[in-house]
Design a protein around this ligand. Structure first.
Ligand SMILES: Cc1cc2nc3c(=O)[nH]c(=O)nc-3n(C[C@H](O)[C@H](O)[C@H](O)COP(=O)(O)O)c2cc1C
Length: 187
């Protein structure tokens, strides 16, 4: 069983990126346990003076959720050609202490939705760069979801190509986790 944590970079209730992760949960195979992280809004702004132990409960919960997952699937919107501040802020918390941060060596993949024509492609590239700087094992996966407002009906994904892309991203993560554990896929 591969435990995959989904982290959406959007706080919006009707976020297309959060809907994308909900669709990923449905697309996950029987050997994947998918959990959606819902606490991003509670993570306070990073302040070195507050980075003391025990850490704020919201920060501790985020670290624990990542620690308990075999892999993480991020879905990010694009805000002004980059990733939203709240997502970067949360990753900044996770990045400390650098040498032992919970994303180090963790298999991660990035997908993203935007209402524009490029499907948050720049934001996805930025997020991969940030995650690589933390030492995460960033998979060579990209799933741009352009014109995101046309891909969902009442929060349900209605695009089968994107559903297949999500399944591929999850399988790539599960395969990387199996490879690391030295486990062969069951045919
Ligand atoms: C502050 C802000 C900046 C944005 N900048 C971009 C952008 O650079 N590129 C883009 O494609 N969409 C941009 N958008 C539109 C978002 O892609 C769109 O709002 C998307 O639905 C946000 O994701 P969500 O539905 O998961 O909340 C921006 C939206 C906001 C609120």
């Amino acid at each position: 069983m591969t435990r995959i944590l989904g982290i959406s970079g959007s706080l919006r209730r009707d976020s297309h990126n959060t809907c994308l992760l909900r669709a990923a949960a449905e697309a996950a195979g029987p050997d994947v346990q998918f959990a959606l992280y819902e606490g991003l809004k509670e993570v306070p702004p990073y302040d070195g003076d507050d980075d003391v132990y025990p850490r704020a409960a919201s920060v501790a919960r985020l670290n624990e959720a990542i620690a308990n997952a075999d892999a993480v699937l991020f879905a990010t919107p694009e805000y002004n050609a980059s990733i939203p501040g709240q997502l970067k802020n949360a990753i900044d918390w996770v990045s400390r202490p650098v040498a032992t941060n919970m994303l180090r060596n963790k298999p991660v993949a990035v997908v993203g939705a935007s209402t524009g024509a490029f499907g948050a492609a720049w934001a996805q590239a930025e997020l991969r760069k940030v995650l690589a700087a933390l030492g995460a094992r960033v998979l060579d996966v990209e799933l741009p979801v352009p014109h995101a407002h046309t891909r969902f009906e009442e929060g349900e994904l209605i695009d089968e190509d994107i559903r297949a892309g999500l399944a591929d991203a999850l399988e790539a993560l599960a395969e990387e986790v199996r490879r690391r554990k030295g486990v062969k896929a069951v045919a």
